[in-house]
Design a protein around this ligand. Structure first.
Ligand code: GTQ
Ligand code: FE2
Length: 371
């Protein structure tokens, strides 16, 4: 039986290599059989002048995703083992793995009327974001949290959670998790919970909102910083108002927007003012009609979902006309430009908290070339 070495030295396409001689080939075969790789054949790949992501810019259209999720709703039951009817975006540069970027998972999840997704917990940090529909409550440590259009619902790692659809309509939403990051760092733990969701209640406001959702007010029983946000729902009415007030303040001559016509907010942990979770940043961006962004690139990867409006998005050499629900990926260091005639609302999540904690964050901005 012949055993193929997993290590193979292909020096031919690397620049500045020594001439191949029988002696050198012999040395390379020795390296291979001893599982050794010299730096000089690999350096261009491993230590490029700037990040070169294996992930590529890619767009998934909501009007293709939703019909397939609906079909999965008819064909695939939800239950213990499979846990969730979630269909993940697989970046074409990442070898068919269900990874949107090297660090982030993004999926469409679907629940039929009166269906339950069973309780479990895992070290992966997660959130839900709703682009349309309502009727599902996500129950976090026994606290039922309503999910409606425009709501951002963080669920930090190791909290018990299940979902139940109390309505007579199906519902779809997106999930974001740090599954690939925790996979590569071998830091994943997972436990099953009880088979029944702890609560069939469907209150308008969760206990977490009753305790925490009062702007600028902190309960005196909750003065310790926590690494993830205790607030389990960031409601659309607040996000929408924050963004429209930024644009109004700009029109009144005050500094409120990040660039002309570009309102933006970050979802934050009220105990620290920092990101909602240790590994995931979440933001919402609103571009006024007839505006566009500077071209921007940064270290770390992002996934965007179009919440409303129409626009044109350019990521590296890819360019798409986008509409409601469409999801696209911006790999590390790929330049991003967004333009809109109609006005555009964008939800964004990224791995930036990890990159910043490691002091690896860099941003490069090319100002807008035309007015
Ligand atoms: O809803 O708990 O898309 O655990 C992937 C893993 C959703 C969830 C996903 C999960 C969930
Ligand atoms: Fe989960």
């Amino acid at each position: 039986m012949t055993v193929t070495s997993p290590v193979s030295i292909v020096a031919s396409d690397a620049p500045d290599q020594p001439d191949r001689t029988p002696e050198l080939d012999g040395l390379y075969r020795e390296f291979e059989s001893e599982l050794l790789v010299p730096l000089w054949t690999e350096i261009g790949d491993l230590m490029p002048h700037a990040p070169v992501s294996a992930a590529v810019p890619h767009l998934w259209r909501w009007n293709r995703l939703l019909p397939m999720a609906t079909k999965a709703g008819a064909l695939v039951p939800v239950g213990r083992g499979g846990e969730r009817r979630a269909i993940a975006l697989a970046n074409p540069g990442l070898g068919g793995r269900p990874f949107a970027t090297p660090t982030l998972w993004a999926a469409i999840q679907y629940l039929n009327p009166r269906e339950d997704a069973p309780v479990h917990r895992h070290t992966q940090h997660a959130f839900r974001f709703v682009v349309e529909g309502e009727g599902v409550w996500t129950v976090v440590n026994g606290d039922p949290v309503a999910m409606r259009r425009g709501d951002f619902l963080p669920q930090a790692g190791w909290n018990w959670h299940g979902h139940h659809n109390t309505s007579s309509e199906p519902m779809a939403w997106i999930d974001g998790l740090d599954i690939p990051f925790q996979h590569y760092t071998d830091s994943t733990f997972f436990e099953f919970g009880p088979d029944e969701v702890e609560s069939r209640e469907a209150p308008d406001r969760s206990r977490s909102e009753r305790l925490w959702a009062h702007p600028g007010l902190r309960p005196l029983t909750q003065l310790d910083p926590s690494p993830a946000t205790p607030l389990l729902a960031y409601r659309w009415e607040h996000t929408d108002r924050a963004l429209s007030e930024q644009l109004r303040l700009e029109a009144e001559g005050y500094t409120a927007t990040t660039e002309p016509g570009h309102a933006a907010v970050r979802y934050t942990n009220p105990t620290t003012g920092g990101d909602v979770m240790p590994t995931i940043r979440a933001e919402f961006h609103r571009l006024a009609p007839g505006t566009g962004t500077a071209t921007r690139r940064e270290v770390g990867s992002s996934v965007f979902q179009v919440f409303d409006g129409l626009g044109r998005v350019t990521v590296g050499s890819a360019s798409w006309d986008v509409e409601r629900g469409d999801l696209f990926v911006v790999p590390s260091w790929q330049p991003l430009t967004v333009e809109t005639e109609h006005g555009l609302d964008l939800f964004r999540f990224s791995d930036t908290p990890v990159i910043e904690k490691l002091h690896q964050h860099r941003v490069q901005i090319d100002p807008r070339k035309h007015a």
